[in-house]
Design a protein around this ligand. Sequence first.
Ligand SMILES: Cc1cc2nc3c(=O)[nH]c(=O)nc-3n(C[C@H](O)[C@H](O)[C@H](O)COP(=O)(O)OP(=O)(O)OC[C@H]3O[C@@H](n4cnc5c(N)ncnc54)[C@H](O)[C@@H]3O)c2cc1C
Length: 461
Amino acid sequence: MTHQVHIIGGGMAGSEAAWQLARRGIRVRLSEMRGANLPGGGDRTAAHNSDGLAELVCSNSFRSDDDEKNAVGLLHYEMRQCDSLLMAAAAKARVPAGSALAVDRDVFSAEVEAMLAAQPTLEIVRERVDVLPTDGLTIVATGPLTAPALASSIGAATGADSLAFFDAIAPIVYRDSINMDVAWMASRWDKGAEASLAMGGDGRDYINCPMTRPQYEAFREELLAGDKTEFKEWEASTPYFDGCMPIEVMAARGVETLRFGPMKPVGLDNPHWATAEHPNGRWPYAVVQLRQDNKLGTLWNMVGFQTKLKHAEQVRVFRTIPGLEQAEFARLGGLHRNTFLNSPTLLDRQLRLKSAPHIRFAGQITGCEGYVESGAVGLLAGLMTAAQVAGRDWSAPPRTSALGALLSHITGDAEAETYQPMNVNFGLFPPPDPSTKKKQRKEAYTARAKADLAGWLPALG
Ligand SMILES: Cc1cc2nc3c(=O)[nH]c(=O)nc-3n(C[C@H](O)[C@H](O)[C@H](O)COP(=O)(O)OP(=O)(O)OC[C@H]3O[C@@H](n4cnc5c(N)ncnc54)[C@H](O)[C@@H]3O)c2cc1C
């Protein structure tokens, strides 16, 4: 069977993309390296354990299934509306897990494979692809552990600086949960005002959280004592540490290391500490800086705070930072092996490589994070390609939906300079009407998303 679309990678994204195309009668070749008859046996990533399609490599949970108050639950809802393969297989493989959607991973993978195998226009081929195809519609969905030869080929096509092999995730805080009676906006030495103004800023681009000496010393102790996640064996032997050192490792290098690094206070007058003698305020002993992370201005990342602290520890320790006592985190920090593109600069709004538009990317390699998000981006890549094959104009999902918010973030709305993998969260959505009461905001996001999505579905074809 000659194919119309070649999908590389039969994980979460590749399987979902294949389904969306095949059920529209489009001829697809799905290449998956696991189970391949290669010299030395079938190939494996360091995290996969089976030859099954859509293998869940770690947790068996798709997280919250609450589509009224939770962004990932809303994404489940929207995927179901789009006839998602992964959501259908999850329904069959579901195990009890409260309000979360958890599955038996073997049943889930077997369901995905059976549903795909039943598609007459889909050919599943167990082969490793080492080079990006030079022509023909292609979806690359090879995930965070893309095989090395293909990763090199992608690197050559995109530029080495645009393909990362590790993430270094600093926590991201919702802007409206920061106490600005304690924190303040300023750039160091008020520098960069011209560039800031040109970008629509007002010259005070950072949110600064001040610390006294006792606060700094206590905070450093918390970083050192905090419970950390261990590196996996295949991560520990990697050399990325120097470029993006975890904050707690920096803290361990010496009492002053952080004050001369990411917590440097110089040039940052704190106006909350103004006196008659110092009308502009004084420099704190140390400062935690946050930088805007999305165009909407709803998400702010803690500069230089990539960390291996466990998630609960991060929340506890980072809420001791003055101004962040009530902080709500859109994303917590981490460091992992993770192959991903600088999508906001490399991809167009349809996930196509600008320099080679016959190639689309899907899944975690685009810089989304998580099983569900990877599947969702695979679903979108499948729908976009289906529209292209049918000669139809592509109509993007509404920006107010979870699908639309995630897609917009990946394809241009995220800050390219600090681009790191991202879960779906309400900070990616345009804010609801300002009159909405804080307690009703989540329901406002989800109700608006569902209404807008219903208007978009007929355009799918
Ligand atoms: C160790 C680890 C643990 C994770 N744990 C979780 C978790 O608990 N929860 C969560 O939500 N997310 C987790 N993630 C993040 C992420 O959501 C998953 O990795 C998810 O499976 C990504 O989906 P994907 O389709 O992009 O990639 P994958 O599901 O990894 O699929 C990519 C597929 O491409 C194949 N492939 C790679 N290179 C080639 C090639 N050259 N030729 C042919 N095939 C190839 C691979 O064998 C694989 O089957 C984890 C990631 C890692 C690395």
